[in-house]
Design a protein around this ligand. Structure first.
Ligand code: NAP
Length: 356
């Protein structure tokens, strides 16, 4: 697979997954990459960006028609639901259509399409719904729908029948990276929450559910994810298979929290459950003043953090554990030390003046 020229479309190229896939493929040196999103982004060596609303089928067909030599699609587009994280019925249609419109247009324009890498996640197992059987295996039966992953997978597998291209599905958990403007990123949420607590003279309190303090949880570093997506795109025997994909370890927030407090030179106090969506809603002005006082990078409060996602992560009071055997047996063995990853990413946020 890797000897012929490779040209990828990364759908959702500015997201907390997509931008890391772009960087990974460009660093590999033998890929050309086209990124898609509604926002504009500058071209760079090996990279062009197409600004397109993929929910507008006519615009999609018109802007993707010139892409006649695409070999791979990495689908990391996402439209958040309005309301509760579990209010999934409302985002089935848009997320299925993002996939269907983009893949259909690229398939029509590029006869050399070889593989579509679809990014779903552990919500496939219903991790957002309540306690469930762990560890999750790729072969586990589905939960009661709605779940837009089901619609995406069913659309893609139906479409692929009898075609020269194939698919790989990757199921990560809680991506850890930095992508301003994303609806789903936990590291900036922690960084902003800690900085605001500190500015208000408060100790660092875990804001989640009591069970969430001590349950076993897992995350996926964005860079690790991108390396695995690259591997999945180039590994022939991954054809038409789904894989769980996390850092490879488990952690408890109660063990990690003192290390986070140390990064911000803060005292800790007992956990106290709050709705971050509600309690942080009035802190935008405070953030602007912190940004000015500390000479921070010019991100707005809304660009940096989406509180509903943080409430969802911290509100998970049951174990969240993926079985990684299938991924390991297929040949991807990389791991990340999650506690060290949080310390490094949060330290970087301070060093790069994203937060004080
Ligand atoms: N983040 C996580 O923790 C996590 C965990 C597990 C699974 N996942 C799954 O991973 C997938 C990707 O999510 P993500 O977290 O990477 O999302 P994200 O950071 O919010 O990125 C979404 C991307 O999609 C683009 N996009 C949204 N609507 C679009 C439209 N109408 N037309 C063109 N582009 C559009 C966005 O750019 P514009 O806004 O510029 O259009 C952005 O580049 C989702 O299925 C998600 O459920 C995510």
């Amino acid at each position: 697979m890797s000897t012929q020229p490779k040209k990828a479309v990364v759908v959702g190229a500015l997201g907390v997954i997509g931008r890391y896939i772009v960087d990974r493929l460009l660093a590999a040196g033998d890929w050309q990459v086209v990124g898609l999103s509604r926002r504009e982004a500058p071209a760079r060596r090996g990279y062009t960006h197409v600004s397109v609303d993929l929910l507008d089928p006519a615009q999609c067909t018109e802007r993707l028609a010139p892409l006649t030599d695409i070999t791979h699609v990495f689908f990391a587009g996402f439209q958040p639901a309005t309301g509760k994280a579990s209010g999934f019925a409302s985002n089935v249609g848009p997320n299925r259509d993002l996939l269907a419109n983009s893949v259909s247009a690229i398939e029509a324009a590029s006869p050399g399409l070889r593989r579509v890498v679809l990014i779903t996640g552990t919500k496939y197992y219903g991790t957002h719904l309540g306690p469930l059987r762990t560890p999750f295996r790729e072969s586990d039966p589905r939960h009661m729908p709605p779940d837009y992953y089901f619609d995406q997978i069913d659309w893609l597998t139906g479409r692929q029948h009898g075609k020269p291209w194939d698919w790989v599905e990757l199921r990560p958990q809680t991506l850890c990276g930095f992508a301003p403007g994303t609806a789903m990123s936990i590291v900036p949420a922690i960084a902003v929450y800690a900085s605001i607590s500190k500015a208000l003279g408060l100790p660092l309190r875990f804001p989640g559910a009591s069970g969430g303090w001590t349950n076993l949880y897992q995350v996926t570093e964005s860079e690790l994810f991108a390396r695995a997506a690259h591997w999945a795109a180039e590994t022939p025997h991954c054809s038409n298979e789904a894989y769980n994909l996390t850092n490879g370890d488990l952690f408890r927030w109660c063990n990690l929290w003192p290390k986070i407090a140390a990064v911000f030179d803060m005292p800790m106090a007992e956990p106290q459950q709050i709705s971050l969506t509600e309690q942080m809603a009035d802190k935008g002005e405070l953030w602007s003043s912190l940004r000015e006082r500390h000479g921070l990078q010019p991100y707005t409060y809304e660009e940096l953090v989406a509180w509903p996602f943080a409430d969802y992560v911290f509100g998970t009071s049951w174990d969240v554990i993926s079985n990684l055997t299938k991924l390991r047996q297929a040949g991807f063995h990389e791991v990340v030390d999650t506690e060290q990853m949080f310390v490094e990413q949060l330290t970087r946020f301070r060093r790069e003046k994203i937060v004080p």
